[in-house]
Design a protein around this ligand. Sequence first.
Ligand code: GAF
Length: 384
Amino acid sequence: MTAEAFQRTFGFTPEGEWAAPGRVNLIGEHTDYNDGFVMPFALPHTTRATVARRDDGLLRLHSSDDPTGAVTALRLADLAPGRVTGWTAYPAGVLWALREAGHHVGGADIHYDSTVPTGAGLSSSAALEVVTALALSDLYELGLERGPLARLCQRAENDFVGAPTGIMDQTASACCAEGHALHLDTRDLTQRQIPFDLAAAGLRLLVVDTRVKHAHSDGAYGDRRRGCEAGAAALGVPALRDIPYDELDAALRRLEAGGTGEEVRRLVRHIVTENRRVTRVAALLEAGDPRAVGPLLTEGHASLRDDFRVSCAELDLVVDTALDAGALGARMTGGGFGGSAIVLAENASTDKVTEAITAAFTTKGWAAPRVFTATPGAGARRIG
Ligand code: GAF
């Protein structure tokens, strides 16, 4: 119980308890910083926060998952980008972003615990940000809507922590609904909740956490982002979202004729084809045909591997092995360079697929991946 852990840590009773989930992205990768479409769903795994307000301008943070067991105390007046490092930068960034946006937020004591796997590309940091923002919005009666709350958390991550991410993960954690995938237009933040009940169709979605995170991933994310922006600028559009699928070939020819290199042209092709895959997956799910989603997942992986170049040997091995073992489709999910892959499979073949993946990792001499079935859970909420 986090309330008991709060009591043990701070010596008094918290005012309430909140939860925010991690996410899996079904389709729409690296499209969110191109004003494009994404379709994540929330995991049942959550980060929980028990919270009490303080009136002395102090923020005290403690987490069951922090092996040091330390309570970090920060003065709100001292919060500034780059000044806080480690996991406490995420909640501190939320406090900073709230105050930057003009909200009257005082101090807080917060205890966290989490079942969201960390370093697995399943948005444990967004869950940490969103649960903090929701708790403070409720306690300080800020009345933040979920969309602006997600934006504020993105600001914390971009400007305080210094990671140039898009809006997908925070919106997924804040806005997803149980039993649904969230179709999000990252340009205007319009949302559609799409029923996503694979069990009813005799299917399962496996998450395969490779347990690797390659060191260059952070820098490579920024490189891809800059490459996409260069592509949009060369095409004279505000964002790659503005290149329709049926104009892709012409756009690529124009880029080549104008001297834009192959690397940027490949990034453009991924974003334009990926936006179309999101639209097609949404249509298939809405038409009640989830099996047909499989090949689009696999196509998305090939595009991320060959065009966007953010996959790695471990993710490719999961995808190839799952397909060989009879999966309907598979792809990496999240930013890439490690983290997790997803596998869509018939109920009856999930054991075979899981065993094949584990065996393939053993053959390579790699640690076994962690595999679980993902069901779409609820978005952030007050739980106590
Ligand atoms: C990471 C980022 F945080 C997201 O904004 C998104 O760009 C994703 O990578 C790739 O789709 O999770």
